[in-house]
Design a binder for this molecule. Structure first.
Ligand SMILES: *[C@@H]1O[C@H](CO)[C@@H](O)[C@H](O)[C@H]1NC(C)=O
Ligand SMILES: *[C@@H]1O[C@H](CO)[C@@H](O)[C@H](O)[C@H]1NC(C)=O
Ligand SMILES: *[C@@H]1O[C@H](CO)[C@@H](O)[C@H](O)[C@H]1NC(C)=O
Ligand SMILES: *[C@@H]1O[C@H](CO)[C@@H](O)[C@H](O)[C@H]1NC(C)=O
Ligand SMILES: *[C@@H]1O[C@H](CO)[C@@H](O)[C@H](O)[C@H]1NC(C)=O
Ligand SMILES: [Zn+2]
Length: 561
């Protein structure tokens, strides 16, 4: 998934605050009640007893070495997926056989895990492991990831410092496709569970691991969620964890972890324009290409509105920043904190965010004109032109409100040129807005869209436990020397946020209201060149994944729903 904008959000915001404004000390009104859903560190009661295991995972060279080898060998098994992969697995079993190899590798590498769980293969290569708990009235915890990786195009091979499937380790960093997105997470779950199994831990609460095999190509073959819903029922899971979010990012003394508690919607829209053909020696004043060009200009000049509302996790992210950052501009801070009561303050915050390309799409629907097809010959009038637009739909909007805005643009242009207009969603029948005319007509259609994800609650115990576990792991286990004691660094702020891209969780909404998109680690996905050349991780980050899930599984096990 794409984290670029995500990371840049924080960079721009904080750097912007530094570059353009002077430093002020923070002061809050006397009766101010903080709104940032700040969690206190949450540790399982076993945490002291487990100190030797935790120390081993984080600091023991032998543990590091054997953990490294497990991840390296997972990276060496190529599991790339491509946009044109066959949709039906049965149609090309050989193509998909790489996932059999990957699963065999998991089986031989994690025998203890296999002994303690049941494996169900869903749609051939979807893996669902069930680690049964002793108390079946407790809702299972569901941990997700994907086995596939984005592809390495042949043309980029020479750009890699170390070949992408060698899994080269240089003593601190590991390089290779999937090292960060997200074989580290998948292998980390196995290692965390095995460490728990070695201590004799028997869960009360069932833990389920669910791994798709086509996340990088939209996940259409992922039937794991349907299978789970059939077996366990809707809203049957305590919580769902998957990749995503901002692992950790530190700027100017403010360190943040930003689990994704929402996802924007997704809409691919096609606009077809058909007009009569003819010889180009006697053209109409505007050919279909010219008319489409006019429409394109109109669309770009009519951007979507922006919103700064508590519906959007971004609002809470900024509130957390305003309440906790020492370097944020005081005017901006004041505006953020009064944005619900003052429309002027709200407008100012939106103007601030809209001034940056990297910030604004957290608070509005994007529109990108991405593909144009049309015309075939220099002496023939174009009879068919097709425009493709990609939109990431704001939390406050819906696929339908986005569609309405585009239909408004098309209708204006259709009327201007005396053309017809209809639209069609998926395979439903077309709806006519303006009747076809001899001059031609527009058809607006889509079969690729996902609604805005339901929001994960952020004021409940589920959030406190998840966010608190992040603080426990980083402040108390990974960096106690930084975050403990009289000279302690400012605490880590764990804030909700939105993920502009989609993960496989889009198929899992029915299973739980509590979805956390977060992968522990010291660097964000974009910093580690996920999907890019020279993808890497700092190996410490991998060990942090293991410790995080070692602790989180136990924390979740100790509470009742
Ligand atoms: C792991 O340790 C073994 C022996 O202890 C050593 O031979 C091997 O090179 C180490 N592997 C790596 C990747 O460092
Ligand atoms: C390993 O690679 C990273 C990233 O390129 C680099 O920062 C680090 O210094 C390297 N470590 C060693 C021991 O060479
Ligand atoms: C649309 O397609 C789905 C499956 O692809 C099918 O179940 C449904 O009946 C179709 N609807 C129409 C109106 O053709
Ligand atoms: C979720 O449940 C609703 C209602 O039961 C159903 O229509 C929908 O298809 C389900 N979604 C998924 C992704 O399975
Ligand atoms: C299972 O957990 C529930 C709480 O959700 C509790 O009330 C019940 O006593 C537990 N059952 C057993 C056998 O521990
Ligand atoms: Zn991923």
């Amino acid at each position: 998934m794409n984290f670029q904008a995500y990371v840049s959000l924080w960079a721009s915001c904080l750097v912007g605050g530094l570059l353009f404004f002077t430093l002020h000390s923070s002061s809050k009104p006397v009766d101010y009640v903080p709104q940032c859903p700040m969690a206190k560190p949450h540790r399982p009661s076993t945490y002291l007893a487990n100190t030797p295991v935790i120390d081993t995972i984080l600091h023991d060279p032998e543990f590091r070495n054997q953990s490294l080898v497990k991840l390296q060998n997972a990276i060496r098994i190529k599991t790339e997926t491509h946009d044109d992969d066959p949709i039906t697995v049965e149609d090309d079993p050989e193509y998909w056989a790489k996932f059999d190899i990957f699963e065999s590798y998991l089986k031989s590498t994690f025998p203890l895990f296999y002994q303690n769980t049941e494996l169900h293969k869903v749609n051939h290569h979807g893996l669902v492991y069930i680690w049964r708990g002793t108390n079946t009235t407790l809702k299972p915890l569901l941990l997700m990831g994907h086995q596939d990786t984005s592809p390495v195009p042949e043309s980029t091979l020479p750009l890699w410092t170390y070949p992408p499937f060698d899994a080269h380790y240089n003593g601190t960093h590991l390089f290779g496709r999937g090292s960060s997105d997200c074989k580290n997470l998948v292998i980390g779950y196995f290692e965390a569970a095995e460490e728990l199994m070695k201590t004799g831990f028997i869960p009360r609460r069932t833990v389920i691991f669910s791994f798709g095999f086509d996340e990088e190509v939209s996940g259409v073959r992922n039937k794991n969620a349907e299978w789970l819903e059939e077996k366990f029922g809707s809203k049957s899971m305590y919580a769902i964890c998957d990749e995503g979010g901002v692992s950790l990012t530190t700027l100017d003394g403010t360190t943040m972890a930003v689990p994704g508690t929402g996802e924007k919607g997704f809409l691919n829209l096609w606009i077809d324009l058909k007009t009569p053909g003819g010889h180009s020696s006697v053209p109409p004043d505007h050919t279909s290409l010219g008319i489409m060009a006019d429409l394109m200009v109109q669309i770009e000049n009519d951007p979507f509105p922006s919103y700064f509302t508590p519906q959007n996790p971004t609002y809470h992210q900024y509130v957390c920043l305003a309440e906790n950052s020492a370097t944020i501009d005081q005017e901006l801070k004041k505006n953020i904190l009064s944005s619900l009561t003052s429309s002027l303050a709200n407008k100012r915050v939106r103007e601030y965010m809209e001034s940056s390309r990297w910030l604004k799409y957290y608070i509005k629907t994007s529109q990108a004109l991405d593909v144009i097809h049309g015309g075939s010959k220099s002496n023939a009038l174009p009879e068919f032109v097709q425009l493709t637009i990609n939109s990431r739909v704001a939390i406050e909007e819906t696929i339908y409100s986005a569609l309405r805005k585009y239909l408004g643009n098309v209708k204006d242009v259709a009327q201007k040129y005396g053309l017809g207009l209809s639209y069609q969603l998926k395979n439903e029948s077309a709806v006519e807005i303006l009747p076809p005319t001899p001059q031609g007509d527009f058809l607006v259609h889509t079969d690729e869209f996902f609604d805005v994800a339901p929001l994960t609650p952020i004021n409940d115990n589920h959030w406190k436990l998840f966010a608190g576990n992040i603080k426990h792991v980083y402040e108390e286990l990974v960096w106690p020397e930084i975050y403990q004691g009289p000279d302690a660094h400012n605490p880590i702020i764990v804030s909700p946020g939105i993920a502009p891209g989609n993960t496989d969780t889009k198929y899992y909404w029915n299973l739980s209201d509590h979805i956390y998109r977060y992968r522990p680690g010291e660097y964000t996905s974009v910093e580690t060149s996920a999907h890019g050349v020279n993808e890497w991780i700092k190996f410490d980050s991998h060990l942090q994944i293991i410790v995080f899930y070692f602790e989180y599984i136990q924390s979740v096990d100790e509470i009742d729903d």
